[in-house]
Design a protein around this ligand. Structure first.
Ligand SMILES: Nc1ncnc2c1ncn2[C@@H]1O[C@H](COP(=O)(O)OP(=O)(O)O)[C@@H](O)[C@H]1O
Ligand SMILES: [Mg+2]
Length: 309
């Protein structure tokens, strides 16, 4: 069952580009990853079958692997367990199945914590135009997809609408205070952890975007935890390591077919680059759905169907 939007008998606190978020109480939220897909910050009209389940089950797999190395928000991503704890959801079990995560509620920091191991995406765009990243100079002579060692921490604002803006660490510190350096430390840790595991499977994590929040701990003290999704194809660029070559864009395992289609529509003058999006042909939808399932399988070593069984 593909799901474009949910309407559960709970208090909805947000509808993001992909997730519908409900508050159960002061300390717990329900995150439902729909099958909505966005590209270039525009949400498409169509849904991608299995996408929500891939995002939720892949995040759950990473959260479990992270264990206690980085504190995180996941309580459970087992739909049967969630429905048992929240009986109002019994009639919605099929719709929620696989895509739902019960989480500790956090006050989310208004910054995307981006770690870049390679020069790509918006960073390459800015660098190739002006030699800078978030306005600060980078070494000269870098090529597209060049590796950064060590990786760069490049925070971005969370734009309510439209495109996120890269900001300096100094500006991030002005905005959120002393927590900034802890967020950087944790983001680097997650990236290092994830890229090592991915590299064993022949996958490069070119970059990834993480969110953190403050939550109440057991003793009532506040702690910083990793929230939202982690190391998914929506939040990360995954490249096949075997075909990596600096000096050109890389073919990636993520939304490439969708981006390629949209770029072609834009170049042909059929799309402005902003909402409303053009409609997607079924081959693009099918290809995207297969990609999400296949990246899940490549990383976790098991098919999505096995994770959902
Ligand atoms: N544990 C949490 N507590 C509160 N809010 C959360 C938590 N985890 C994620 N969120 C928020 O829920 C929303 C998830 O929706 P999503 O579709 O990913 O949004 P976006 O369009 O901002 O990427 C985001 O605004 C995210 O900050
Ligand atoms: Mg998000």
């Amino acid at each position: 069952m593909a799901v474009a939007a949910t309407s559960l008998p709970l208090r909805q606190i947000r509808s993001g580009k992909v997730r519908d978020v409900y508050a159960l109480d002061d300390d717990t939220v329900l995150l439902v990853a729909t099958d909505r897909v966005s590209a270039f910050d525009v949400v498409m009209n169509e849904t991608i079958p299995d996408k929500g389940a891939v995002l939720t089950q892949l995040s759950a797999w990473w959260f479990e692997k992270l264990g206690t190395a980085v504190k995180h928000h996941m309580i459970t991503a087992d739909t049967a367990e969630i429905v048992a704890r929240v009986p109002e959801l019994v009639p919605y079990e099929e719709e929620l199945s696989g895509r739902t995560m019960l989480c500790r509620r956090a006050e989310v920091f208004p910054v995307e914590c981006v770690i870049r191991g390679y020069l790509s995406g918006s960073a390459w765009k800015e660098y190739s135009a002006s030699g800078t990243l978030a306005g600060e100079p980078l070494p000269t002579g870098l090529r597209e997809s060049d590796r950064f060692d060590p990786p760069l921490f490049t925070p971005a604002t969370k734009a309510a609408e439209g495109h996120d803006e890269n900001i300096t660490v100094a500006r991030m510190t002005r905005e959120i205070g002393r927590a900034a350096s802890e967020l950087e430390r944790l983001a680097r840790l997650v990236y290092e952890f994830g890229s090592e595991i991915a590299s064993e499977r022949g996958i490069i994590v070119a970059d990834t975007k993480l969110e953190f929040g403050r939550a109440r701990g057991n003793e009532g003290a506040e702690e910083i935890i990793l929230v939202d999704e982690v190391l998914t194809p929506d939040s990360s660029r995954f490249w096949p390591a075997g075909r990596y070559e600096a000096g050109r864009p890389q073919e990636s395992f993520d939304k490439q077919p969708l981006r390629d289609y949209l770029e072609a529509e834009r170049k042909a003058g059929r799309w402005t680059g902003n909402a409303p999006p053009p409609s997607l042909p079924s081959n693009v939808i099918d290809e995207m759905s297969a990609r999400y399932r296949s990246i899940f399988e490549m990383l976790t070593g098991q098919p999505l169907s096995a994770a959902l069984a």
